[in-house]
Design a protein around this ligand. Structure first.
Ligand code: PLP
Length: 458
């Protein structure tokens, strides 16, 4: 793989100033082509689980061009438009339990709107003391101050912005390592409710199946049932962040469709524009909308691009493409076998602790080879090693670094496009298995040289 562009060679403000970024010139299906002529197999839908229909899809590009020629933009506060109206109707056909849709451009914006909507619901009902939120600690909901506060990752995410963030309550993840039944998480939830006063809680906010924060993880069924019972008892709302899982990623239109709980508010994003336009949405159930209809009849604040014709026309084309190709069914049918194939290819690796996930959202947990279960030492930075080695193998995956907060170790996320052929999926698995073998050897050498203590094996 070629060197790429470094911070001292560009006027762009890159994320990591020490990294050399390959320059991608074009994409075709699941292949990315660098301007230097390298070809990368994209096992993560553009890296952020967005390009779920692959790159360079003519129908989607044409839908954007057609709408841009007609009219690309005007402000949602003054007008509405057919693409927005039609897309809302079509989304409610695939999520019929929901009643209304509000569009945004990205996940953080949609989650901000969801926080405001939950709050507005309670205020409309005369319960203005409800504002607090409870969330799982090991989560990611966005980079705005409001959404950053939703996670409980103090040291790994929120510093040095802590002073700007409201204090919410957080649960430790109910993973098989800490809490296999979900009972400990429910106990912690009860303690939080008592400590905060349940009448002050606005919503429980979470990813039903985690993406980058804890790839492919979902709490056990008992947790969801217990959460539903407590919602009933105490009157808070349940908000699902389905920015990643919505639009078929886990084999159903919403991840919620396969869980024993129905959320009150859901946000979707990434796959809705599929990388052809920035697009996200907030969906809510009738009772949430009705509180506003029967109350102030106003839900103010939004963003410049909310519901604009261009992104909504792309969203419609994305939905058509998915339905025509029966792609959500494909993810549902193919997902379990993909996970088995991945697990089989990694079997025997001393650094792989678990392979989990649903549909085309798969996570691989890395562990310390010395005991096969503790997190790898943070100092090894195994996540970066995996991403860099995968690049050498011509593969794009996204890894999560072990958190100094102690909730998760190094994790790798695979989220291929729904349109990936069997042959391409097999190549992704081969390249990933080769990556893991190589990382395993490097880690073995590193541990033999300086056996660092294994922290965070809670
Ligand atoms: N929620 C989840 C689960 C995400 O994975 C992300 C982004 O990765 C977001 C929210 C934030 O979305 P955006 O980056 O579009 O603001």
């Amino acid at each position: 793989m070629t060197a790429g562009i470094r911070a001292d060679e560009t006027n762009v403000f890159p994320r990591f100033l020490d990294l050399a970024y390959p320059n991608i010139g074009r994409g075709d299906g699941v292949w990315l082509y660098t301007t230097d002529g390298d070809r990368i197999l994209d096992a993560c839908s553009g890296g952020a689980m967005v390009a779920c229909l692959g790159h360079g899809v003519k129908e989607l590009a044409n839908a954007a061009a057609d709408q841009a020629e007609r009219i690309a933009y005007f402000y949602n506060h003054h007008f509405t438009n057919r693409p927005q109206e039609q897309l809302a109707n079509r989304l409610l056909e695939v999520a019929p339990e929901m009643a209304r849709v509000k569009f945004a451009s990205g996940g953080s914006e949609a989650n901000e709107a969801a926080i405001r909507l939950a709050r507005a619901y309670h205020v409309e009902l005369g319960q203005s003391q409800r504002w607090r939120l409870i969330t799982p600690a090991q989560s990611y909901h966005g980079s705005t101050m409001g959404t950053l506060a939703l996670s409980g990752r103090r040291r790994s995410l929120q510093e040095p912005y802590q002073d700007y963030l409201p204090e919410y309550f957080h649960l430790a993840p109910a993973t098989p390592r800490f809490d296999p039944t979900g009972e400990a998480a429910l106990e912690q939830l009860d303690q939080i409710l008592m400590q905060a006063g349940p009448e002050t809680i606005s919503a429980f906010f979470c990813e039903p199946v985690s993406a980058a924060a804890l790839p492919g993880y979902s709490p056990p069924a008992r947790f969801w049932q217990g959460l539903a019972e407590r919602r009933e008892r105490y009157g808070f709302l349940v908000c699902f962040d389905e920015i990643v899982t919505g639009m078929g990623r886990v084999g159903s239109w919403l991840a919620a469709h396969d869980l024993p709980i129905e959320p009150d508010i859901v946000t979707i994003g990434k796959g809705l524009g599929a990388g052809y336009a920035p697009l996200a949405a907030v969906l809510c159930r009738a009772r949430v909308y009705d509180a506003i209809v029967e109350g102030s009849r106003e839900f103010d604040l939004g963003h410049t691009w909310d519901g604009a014709p261009l992104p909504c026309a792309v969203g419609l084309a994305v939905l058509d493409f998915m339905i025509k190709g029966r792609l959500v069914d494909r993810v549902r049918e193919r997902g379990p076998r993909l996970r088995e194939e991945l697990a089989a290819a990694l079997r025997g690796s001393t650094i792989v602790g678990a392979v989990r996930g649903r549909g085309f959202l798969l996570g691989v947990e890395l562990v310390d080879p010395r005991d096969g279960k503790s997190f790898l030492p943070h100092e090894l930075d195994a996540a970066s090693l995996v991403d860099d080695t995968a690049f050498e193998e011509g593969l794009l995956v996204t890894s999560t670094h072990s958190t100094p907060d102690g909730f998760a170790g190094d994790e790798v996320l695979l989220a291929p496009a729904y349109t990936s052929t069997d042959e391409e999926l097999a190549q992704m698995i081969d390249r990933f298995a080769a990556t893991i073998s190589s990382v395993e050897r490097a880690i073995g050498r590193e541990l033999a040289r300086s056996p660092v203590a294994t922290p965070m094996s809670r």
